[in-house]
Design a protein around this ligand. Sequence first.
Ligand code: NAP
Length: 487
Amino acid sequence: MPSASTGDLRFAVIGAGMAGILSAVKLKEAGLNDFTVYEKAGRLGGTWRENTYPGLSCDVPSHLYCYSFALNPDWSHLYSPGDEIEAYFEGVAEDRGVLRHVRFGDEVVSCAFIDGRWHLTTDQGVHDEVDVVIAATGVLHHPKYPDIKGLDSFEGAMFHSARWDHDVAIDGARVGVIGTGSTAMQIVAAIVDRTEKLSLFQRTAQWVMPAVNPAYTPEERAGFRQDRRLIEGVRDSVAQLFDHFSDGIINAGSPEMEMIETFCLDNLENSVTDPELRERLRPDYRAACKRLVVSTNFYEAIQKPNAELVTDPIEALEPGGVRTVDGRLHELDVLVLATGFKVDAFVRPMAVTGRHGADLGQVWADRPGAYLSISVPDFPNFFMLNGPNGPVGNFSLVEVAELQFGYIMQLVERLRAGESREISATQDAMERLEVARVEAAKNTIWSTGCRSWYLDDRGIPAVWPWPFSQFRREMAAPKWEAFDVRT
Ligand code: NAP
């Protein structure tokens, strides 16, 4: 597979989701055409390929959840549905000539840095040798199955939300959903009317931010098509709102956090009429401590006559359904496990071996880390998009990836100019940043006492704990003293 040497750098991009497609487009724009994108599946799309559950959508407004270089005047809604988002990414890949660089059905299983180059091997036995690896392997990628007694004994249909089985009939069925994260909320609202009975098994009540999701009119879309500045206006105003949110979230005592809590509380009070149900839906922790759910219709859905909110903890799964600790058997035909993802895998299970045999699995044995989420000491020219401890909470990961890629390109330019051959963060820079990050994380809303996927094994938020504007500034230009640059 390695192409004939062009005298230029050769790249491997791992993953053909949003960040992998972005990398391919940007490499081509930079005239770096010697690269292959390795994609383990048979299609593009990452998250938007893997998640196909009913109600799938993105609660980041579509005009922000897209590439800045491929604005889309044709979004159907403020928050467009998942299949439309997937089609958008596929369209960009097709239009920008990315497809011919992609090897589908080829999972990179190992990556080793030998004599100054990365040697890749795929599960199909393909070997490649490249100068730079861009790992665009995604964050919410590996389904997490719940540790519930008797999980395998259930005789109905059961699947994880990210592995939706479309052959299973939902219409007229008794459906259970475990979990109350953003995924479960979207599913419940989308399917409740189709089911005979819908049981939502809630372990923790969620704060729900109200939203409306208007469709763009044909006139509005025509306007966007004619004048790109209109789209930029929408993007700017949404980005400002998100910046405001990010400023608030990093300071648990901020007025922004109080405002969010008030919005959510009013939503609960005004939307849920039965006082008993309202109390069971009332969270006992701070709003936005867990990933904030944004929903137009969850409260409406859970109040339907065929919906039941089950708050008695689950005792076990049985052939006929879910047994709760009060002794009741909730009989089900279908059970959806909307139980989230293993969020600390990042590039794993791929085996990555850096300089002097450094094993990324061992380096990350306690928990994953990277300088600015991008670079790991002694893993030269191996750069991650949406890597460990980055901005993930209620932001546009597209914008995050674009900023990170811009930063990586500045590192790459030094390699390309022949000024250096190997670039990775220094241990010292990574450790200093980590100490500051952990300290800052203590003041954030995520540290105010709740269980969430943001928290690492020590209970410390594994995310960017500073304002998003600071992330933008940090991504604008590398601090070269933080890098071990070898010639
Ligand atoms: P999640 O937020 O991790 O939620 C998992 C849910 O499963 C939680 O309610 C959890 O309960 C519950 N759970 C896990 N194990 C359980 C067990 N053994 N028994 C009972 N309940 C159990 O997962 P998610 O909803 O898939 O969302 C993950 C992330 O994906 C989101 O936070 C968001 O970042 C992203 N997402 C985004 C959108 C969007 O529109 N942008 C949509 C969907 C997802 P506890 O709360 O008690 O732990």
